[in-house]
Structure formats: C-alpha cells, structure tokens
Design a protein. Structure first.
Length: 191
C-alpha cells in the first residue's frame, strides 16, 4: 500500500498520538522490560566536564541551543528548533513541541528528551528512504538517544530541576542532548 496522501492532523489528535508513542517508549526497552531509571543518588552536574565541553564545541546544534533556550523557547522547543535549523527545515515546525516543555507542562518527561525524539523523527523524514526503512532508522536512533539519556539524567523534569537546583543543570543537559541528537541525525543520514 502506498502512502502518498497528505493527512491533516489537528493539534488534539497529534498530542494524543504523541503521548501514546512516548508512553510506549517509556515502558518498553529493547530487551522487553521496564526502563532502567537514572541513579537518583547521582548528583547532576551544573558545568560541563572537559570531555563534555569538547563534544559541545564540536556540535553546531549544541552551540545554537543557547539562541533559544531560556529566550522564550521551552526546553522541548529549543532542542527541536536547533534540529530544524541543522536540517534547514522551516522553523514553523517547532510548534510540534510547544506542549512538551516543562515536562509536558506537568514536570513529567523532560522536554529535552521529547524534543530530541521529535528532531530525530523529522530527520528520519528527511533521509529520502522508504517509510519502513526510515522508521527503522528512527527507532534505532530513538533507542540510542533513550539509552544515552538514561545514563545522563532522570526522565522527569521534577527530578532534574528539583527545588533549589540551578537552571545550569538544564543548560548543561540541553547542550549535551543537542550534541547527541546531532550525532544521531548525522548517523541516520550516513547509513
């Protein structure tokens, strides 16, 4: 079956579909079990390590992030915006992420995580392959981003930016997330 017909998806339908996809990702790992949460006893750094600073320095998306983050764009909007810029896509697509900032407005899944997923989805649509092959590449990239995120931070906004925590924690994670998303987008294009 060929899928060339354009589908209009209103905002409510999009949000419903996106939340189902994210819920599925949260509760399923490639091994079939529940996700392994971030070690809650681990402190989140506010500053980049030397190695992290080098990664950020070599990522145009990470450098571009501060043009949006904290300047009227939520965390989800910021990472999606730099993804769109990196792929030369229209910035109007950033609206796909407007309900995801601040942990979906509920201090739930971090917008840097969900916005990163969206950027990877747009990238899959840009690689010019058959839908199934593009979806397969996107799934692999999302799984890699998910595993990487779990090694870096808690899933939920409320556990990242706890009362008394500096916004520097989010800035650091944002730069690292943008660098990771860029590397995954580049990998998708190269394969």
């Amino acid at each position: 079956m060929e899928l060339n017909k354009k589908t209009d998806l209103n905002r409510r339908d999009f949000m419903f579909s996106a939340s189902g996809i994210l819920a599925g990702i949260c509760f399923r790992s490639p091994l079939g079990g529940l996700y392994t949460p971030f070690d809650q006893n681990k402190d989140l750094a506010e500053e980049l390590s030397e190695k992290e600073a080098e990664l950020v320095k070599n990522s145009s998306m990470a450098e571009d992030l501060m043009n949006y983050f904290g300047r009227g764009y939520s965390c989800a909007e910021s990472i999606l915006m730099v993804s769109l810029n990196f792929m030369d896509l229209p910035d109007k697509y950033v609206w796909a992420s407007c309900g995801f900032g601040g942990g979906m407005g509920k201090k739930d899944l971090c917008g840097l995580l969900t916005g990163g997923f969206m950027g990877l989805g747009f990238a899959a649509g840009e690689i010019g392959e058959e839908r199934n092959q593009g979806k397969s590449k996107c799934s692999a990239a999302v799984n890699e981003y998910w595993k990487w995120w779990q090694s870096q931070a808690p899933l939920k906004c409320e556990n990242i930016r706890t009362p008394g925590t500096s916004s520097k924690v989010c800035v650091r994670l944002g730069k690292l997330a943008a660098a990771k998303a860029q590397s995954l987008i580049e990998e998708m294009k190269a394969k």
